[in-house]
Write a new protein. Sequence first.
Length: 349
Amino acid sequence: MTDDTKSALTYAQAGVDIDAGNALVDRIKPAAAATTRPGVMAGLGGFGALFDLQAAGYDDPVLVAATDGVGTKLKIAIDTGHFDTIGVDLVAMCVNDLVCQGAEPLFFLDYFATGKLEVEAAATIVEGIAKGCADSGCALIGGETAEMPGMYAPGDFDLAGFAVGAMDRGAALPANVAEGDVLLGLGSDGVHSNGYSLVRRVVERAGLDWNARAPFADGSLGAALLAPTRLYVKPALDAIRAGGVHALAHITGGGLTENLPRVLPDGLGAEIDLTSWPLPPVFGWLAQEGALEQAELLKTFNAGIGMVLVVAADQVETLTTLLTDAGETVHRIGQVAAGEGVRYSGQLA
């Protein structure tokens, strides 16, 4: 039996506002449309997204997929209310991984989950995702916005990203890595999107809030630490197409210590001269304020090197010029040598 005295409930009263979700889709459609590239077959709104690999220029492609998030860097964005670049981070964490396989990113999908959908904040985040896609040459063709009351504290949200790319069959990296290959390190734009649980602990120890002046840069501490992850896709693809690139390593969680060995064959390791590039001020401050040992810094953060290219020795000058002309800061940081793992010389400074 039913109790006729009970009032009718609605989904909105349960905390889910379908109208807000529709408003968000309408708001972000222009940003998504601006990322269109050859191969995109339909815009937002369908039950699935279509992509034509032949229209993208591939006859015999191998697909490559990557997924990632932004980690606890989200907490700084939430605490400061600055949402315009966190979407760039999300894209970069995925597409920078794809290019390490030798793949061109083709399309991207996002997952945004929150307790209560705030259309303006969500739209700003997705517009950042669209910017990251446009800057890396891939299309934002779909996603999911999940409003889940009771799952997240007020104002909290989570992000995940999914990127799919392609390469011609037989073009996968790493390939042909050999002893004597040179390691070219591309400068990072700060902490990027790894190690933020430690960053937040250091900030707490320092007794600072996000509005405090950054000890290592102009502007507020929160804004400085929200500097987005650098997108390396287009320069890296140009370098691959120029020839002589044997491997790429995206320097994320685990730092140089753990990421570089992932692209080296058994029996080969890396020798790195830590004096070959300057340590960005943010890492110097974190190391000093957190009393971090050098090994901890190199295993937790990128330490100023966001991507490493393993290149043939006879192509170093050509590739350095190409990457520099593309706007990258290039450092010759070491070489591939017999052995295992990463061996460091010198001190970060």
